[in-house]
Design a protein around this ligand. Structure first.
Ligand SMILES: C[C@H](CNC(=O)c1ccc(S(N)(=O)=O)cc1)Cn1ccc2ccccc21
Ligand SMILES: [Zn+2]
Length: 258
């Protein structure tokens, strides 16, 4: 396998050949069985506090599209929830599928959504860089929001309207004055569990915070994500039609809810 991806020959079922942690005991995503989740009164409300000027670029890295933030200081942070201290905003990215009936990474009682938004933060209180934090069990915190097929999302429009300018892998464009809070649902109620990155190197360093309320997205907006290319300039063009990893074994982990 030359480079990991989401096709038959380099997709999730083969990642273990290069990243053996793929069979680890805290892998993500998972299928959240709501009846097995445990209410924890110690869990606090979530406090996202993002400065829109910290948004820098929107890019196509070949396996998703992400908005990258300036994380050289604590300008945009997430506090509260299951977290100790503050976690610094690094990037926001999306997962989607080849059709509107699947595309999310996490599932709820076996049900998948059309897509999933990930807001990625790292523990800058304890570690000095994102890459260092990404190797620690409490290094990262990812806020996941389900994209439910429905009406077009006017907030998501600012992202989907930019995608044709970064169609090719490796393309990026200046993208600022963007506060990812605008993509969050009304309720910040959540499930939380200890897991991993859902793409290689699949590091087991993520405190997952999955919001229970989805945001809506329409078919036309999902189609724009699928038009992104996973191939670079001058290569034979292949569309990134899906970029989700299927749910992984729970291995006895607990899923708590606030
Ligand atoms: C992980 C990092 C690149 N990947 C990510 O930043 C990342 C963030 C969130 C998710 S998700 N879908 O779980 O929210 C997935 C990937 C580079 N990097 C950092 C340490 C490190 C070590 C070896 C190779 C690359 C490395
Ligand atoms: Zn992700």
């Amino acid at each position: 396998m030359l480079h990991w991806g989401y096709e038959e020959d380099n997709g999730p079922s083969r990642w273990k050949e290069i990243f053996p942690i793929a069979n680890g005991d805290r892998q993500s995503p998972i299928d959240i069985q709501t009846q097995q989740t445990k209410y924890d009164p110690a869990l606090r409300p979530l406090y996202p506090n993002y400065d829109p000027t910290s948004a820098k670029v929107i890019l196509n890295n070949g396996h998703s599209t992400s908005v990258e933030f300036d994380d050289t200081e604590n300008k945009s942070v997430l506090r509260g929830g299951p977290l100790t201290g503050s976690y610094r905003l690094r990037q926001v990215h999306f997962h989607w599928g080849p059709s509107d009936d699947l595309g999310s990474e996490h599932a709820v009682d076996g049900t998948k959504f059309a897509g999933e938004l990930h807001v990625v933060h790292w523990n800058a209180d304890k570690y000095s860089t994102f890459v260092e934090a990404a190797r620690q069990p409490d290094g990262l915190a990812v806020l996941a929001v389900f994209l439910k097929l429905g009406e077009c999302n006017s907030q998501l429009k600012t992202i989907t309207d930019h995608l044709d300018t970064i169609k090719v892998k490796g393309k990026q464009r200046r993208f600022t004055n963007f506060d990812p809070s605008c993509l969050l649902p009304h309720s910040l109620d959540y499930w939380t569990y200890l897991g991993s990155l859902t793409v290689p190197p699949l590091l087991e360093s993520v405190i997952w915070i999955v919001l229970r309320e989805p945001i809506n997205v329409c078919s036309e907006q999902l189609a724009k994500f699928r038009n992104l290319l996973c191939t670079g300039e001058g290569e034979a063009a292949f569309c990134l039609l899906k970029n989700f990893r299927p749910p992984q074994p729970l291995r006895g982990r607990e899923v708590r809810r606030n």
